[in-house]
Design a protein around this ligand. Sequence first.
Ligand code: HEC
Length: 474
Amino acid sequence: MIRCIAICLLGLWAVPASADRVKVEALYAQHCAACHGAEYEGGVGGSLVDGEWKHGSSDEDVYRSIAKGNVEMQMQAWEEVLSAGQIRSLVILLQEKEHQFREKQQKPPVPAAGEVTKTRMHDYRIETVVADGLKTPWAIAFLPDGRRLVTEKHGALRVIAADGALDPKPVEGTPEVTDHGQGGLMEVAIHPQFASNGWVYLGFADGTKETGPDGKEQTRSITAVARGRIRDHCWTDHEWIYRPDPMFRSRAGVHFGTRFVFRDGFLFFAIGERGGMMESQDLSRPTGKIFRLQDDGRVPADNPFADRPDAIAGIWSYGHRNPQGLAIDPRDGSIWSTEHGPRGGDELNRIRAGANYGWPVVTHGMNYDGSPMTAETTREGIEAAAAVWVPSLAVCGLDFLEGDVFPDWKHDLFSGGLVTEEVRRIRITDGRVVDQEVILKGIGRVRDVACAPDGTIHVLLNRPDRIVRLVPAR
Ligand code: HEC
């Protein structure tokens, strides 16, 4: 008992006033390492990275183990010393460490030219679509005649001929984009009736670049959507589909969102919260939202917030951080989105009209510096994610596979990861994630994954910048 009080007092004394700004690594070193090892390998207390959990491995279980402790075994109840947010950040840290430990033991599917890469259901080969000449390719769209359109972040729209040759000249006269931080020219998609109407949609950072009083360049921008047609290699018939009021432009260089899908004549697209966290919860701002508009930009009268005078009528769902994957399940028309979490907490969400996806009031992540954000991972009235990834993958690009080229993967969802340099296969059955597998790893940051009309899977890579595709190994 005396010992316990001593530990508790020591613990209390050791936590400074701004306790919640303490980095999680420091918390661990101070309070946990003595018994669980500096490398989490175990000591008096067990290993925290070997994947063996005596008291359960779920978020809630590990949280409870730390919060309530096991006094008989000399593991104190840390809720007496640490805030809920701090305990939550320790849970995230342990998940990160366990993941790293597991990664070291696995043999990831790293494809090499000319070789077969094996995965659980299909073996594939990788083919290079474009090896050179692209600078930060961001998104790809497939034209009915076999050509492909590719955006480059700095603002160029490129054309790949049906025979695979990259046109050295970008399409002329495309909208001016603000290339700043994570923003620039991002999404490209074609209208579902492109063959008859020729509309191409672009999503990009739109704003101004000015020289500030200090002589430094100042940029203000926000994600916008436009459409046009390409005639004789020129952008023509330009129309704005959604151009937010300039007052919403931000100097931040982060979280632009974008990505488009079409359903029933409507266009859905995302705008990230631009670093303005709480703006995601504010329906009078376009940031941190997924929109639904008619294909020409008009607001559908039956949008969920169309009748609310304080809301932007184009909003379909809110509480998003930075959605950069959007795809429609061809089996039932449901809309799925992946979004970047902070440190931990990337999400896959099923997007429903009017729903709140919780950022930043609930999250499975913490601040990048390892200080806690909140202990809340769920709340009444907030949509729970269909999948959460801790550590974050930096999810980017998302598509369902159609066609019969990879029959055992048909209708699976494929997601890219920038930081993890992976393509992840996700199986969804009856609206739930039932299986996941990393099918490609370690050949560059994956910016976009797109299933081509011929059933092959295109992967846009950054660093090195190129496009490859997965074809079945025969
Ligand atoms: C004085 C030694 C000691 C300290 C300090 C300590 N632990 Fe423990 N911990 C233990 C012991 C012993 C167990 C095993 C208890 C049991 O089996 O019920 C344990 C169990 C756990 C478990 C459950 C493991 C499982 O297999 O389910 C977790 C999680 C955990 N500790 C995390 C922490 C964290 C995080 C800290 C720092 C905030 C910490 N511990 C500090 C001794 C310690």
